[in-house]
Design a protein around this ligand. Structure first.
Ligand code: HEM
Length: 413
């Protein structure tokens, strides 16, 4: 496997140099990733380290069942009768404590299926391209112009602004001209998500945490009542109105979208940019642009921005030969399940075992998958427009649910 495009001296020397360089660069990339996890979320880092050797499914005291195998993880995600979101251990349990039982019922009920079907056309590959161009296109062009002028840009900051622009647009919230307003949207989502960091052992929130969360939600949804009345039919809030979901549920869904679509997208984008650089494989992509799809898929696989998915065991069942009892909880460690096949490699073809586990699976499979892929593609195309890029400096984010870069400064090489 070669990742260099440079011409080589005699064949054997060339192979040795390539293998050594590739290993060194892979190690370099892995160290940066490990540092991100450690700095961002110590609890997550410790959980992933401890679970590396537990086998495909194991019972861990205080946590419940831990699954590290991609096929078993998908089995859990696809079995909606045995595994739910609403009870202890599922993310729906967190939402119900903030927005009431209607929101909890939504996750597992007919309205969920109805809304997904009703909003599907907003999230197709074609709609994703239109949405990303409309909400983010000008920003990518500005970034490319800065790079061409020899300037250094902060990709991590850009991903936060871009994520804020995207979710505000798809929701139907009013357009703002200043980037700070979108940084604010992102920061609110990040603060709200960080409150969930203490929920690995239990999704029951303390009263003071619920109060803090409600204050943040007030800010995130301040413009939702107006937008619910006026947003166009090609937006989520417009669709909520047309379907008669009511304002309280619309507020909950708007918050869900801000949480689901900002940190994950920003993390997946900046980490893919870093991985491509750290492994040296940006040169492979420059030499063969047809590798773009692989590069984006590999970036998502290796970074797995939603590294843990929780579910409540709704009825007795068997997974991987182990008996799970109703009332228990399951943590799917998608980060380990996805990374089991090996390091970032733009030459790696689609892996049938993982499929797209980084986007979940079953009826809650990420609605924004096409949007996320399109964003990452646009960012890589933007950075590579001037040829290879370098990363003069970087800084991991601290105390966040989703590990990412606080700053990732990029310049043309
Ligand atoms: C790299 C970026 C992203 C990753 C890795 C990601 C990952 C995920 C995962 C794993 C789930 C399933 C959670 C579960 O089953 O408990 C999910 C759900 C969801 N995602 Fe994403 N996501 C990303 C970006 C986005 C974006 C950009 C949007 C919106 C524009 C979005 C919207 C949603 C929504 C609405 C759901 C809930 C779907 C449902 O419950 O039916 N995501 N995402």
């Amino acid at each position: 496997m070669s990742h260099s495009t440079r011409p080589c001296p005699p064949a054997l020397t060339c192979t040795i140099i390539h293998v050594t360089t590739t290993r060194t660069r892979t190690g370099h990339a892995e160290r940066h990733e490990a540092r991100l996890l450690w700095a961002g979320n110590r609890g997550l880092y410790a959980l992933l380290q401890a679970a590396r050797h537990t086998g495909p499914i194991a019972r861990v005291p205080r946590l419940g069942w831990v699954v590290t195998d991609p096929v078993l993880a998908r089995q859990v995600l696809n079995d909606h009768a045995a595994f739910g979101m609403a009870g202890e251990g599922g993310v729906g349990h967190l939402w119900s404590q903030l927005f009431g039982d209607e929101m909890a019922a939504f996750f597992g009920g007919a309205r969920h299926a109805e809304l997904r079907t009703g909003a599907r056309d907003l999230f197709t590959e074609a709609s994703a391209r239109t949405l990303v161009e409309r909400s983010q296109g000008a920003h990518y062009r500005a970034l490319a112009a800065h790079l061409k002028a020899g300037e250094t840009i902060d990709v991590a900051d850009a991903t936060r602004v871009l994520a804020g622009r995207l979710v505000s647009d798809v929701l139907g919230l009013p357009n703002r001209t200043d980037d700070d307003a979108y940084r604010q949207v992102f920061a609110s989502g990040e603060r709200l998500a960080a409150l969930a960091m203490g929920t690995t052992a239990s999704t029951e929130l303390a009263d003071d945490v619920i109060q803090q969360a409600r204050t943040i939600v007030e800010g995130i949804t301040a413009n939702v009542p107006d937008a619910y009345l006026t947003a166009g039919p090609d937006t989520i809030l417009g669709r909520c109105r047309e379907m008669g979901l009511g304002l309280p549920l619309a507020r909950g869904l708007a918050t869900l979208l801000v949480i689901a679509g900002t940190e994950t997208g920003a993390s997946g984008t900046s980490r893919t940019v870093a991985l491509l650089h750290d492994t040296g494989q940006q040169h492979d992509l420059l030499a063969d642009p047809a590798l773009m799809e692989n590069a984006v898929r590999e970036g998502l696989r290796v970074s797995t921005p939603a590294p843990v998915i929780g579910r409540h065991v709704a009825r007795d069942t068997t997974v991987g030969g182990r008996s799970l009892r109703a009332g228990e909880r399951v943590l799917l460690l998608t980060y380990l399940a996805d990374n089991g096949v090996g390091p970032f490699d733009v030459h790696r073809e689609y892996v049938p075992e993982t499929r797209q586990l980084w986007f979940g699976g079953g009826r809650h499979l990420c609605l924004g998958a096409a949007v996320a892929r399109t964003q990452i593609t646009r960012m890589l195309e933007t950075l590579l427009v001037t040829g290879p890029y370098r990363i003069p400096s970087r800084r991991p984010a601290r105390g966040v649910l989703v590990p990412t870069y606080a700053s990732l400064r990029v310049a043309a090489a």
